[in-house]
Design a protein around this ligand. Structure first.
Ligand code: SF4
Length: 107
């Protein structure tokens, strides 16, 4: 994670946006319904190499648009830092746009 945090946040945001626009297939399902399932996804994220940005997007199930019938998005997630456009979940720790979503979404 440090490797990504050390990079310019805008550059990483752009890199992520390009991967998602390019059609990167991410694991949007299954959505972790229980604390155990949630912890399992976090374990998978922790097992990645610190600079594996793509792996984080895939396991996190990132989308570059609101997700599902409820149009869930980063904007309403407890981990979203609005002024920094940043996901503060330590296992992710990436810049994000308010209109994006991932399956670690929580309110
Ligand atoms: S946990 Fe997912 S939905 Fe929430 S802010 Fe981070 S990337 Fe967005």
């Amino acid at each position: 994670m440090g490797a990504i945090q050390g990079k310019d946040s805008e550059a990483v945001l752009k890199e992520i946006a390009e991967m998602l626009e390019g059609g990167l297939e991410t694991q949007t399902e299954p959505f972790p319904e229980t604390a155990v399932d949630f912890a399992r996804v976090l374990d998978e994220l922790r097992a990645l190499e610190p600079d594996d940005l793509k792996g984080r997007l895939v396991i996190g199930g990132f989308t570059d648009k609101p997700y599902g019938p409820d149009e869930m998005r980063c904007q309403e997630c407890i981990y979203f830092l609005v002024h920094r456009k940043w996901c503060d979940l330590p296992e992710l720790a990436v810049p994000v746009e308010p209109e994006w979503w991932c399956r670690l979404w929580k309110i």
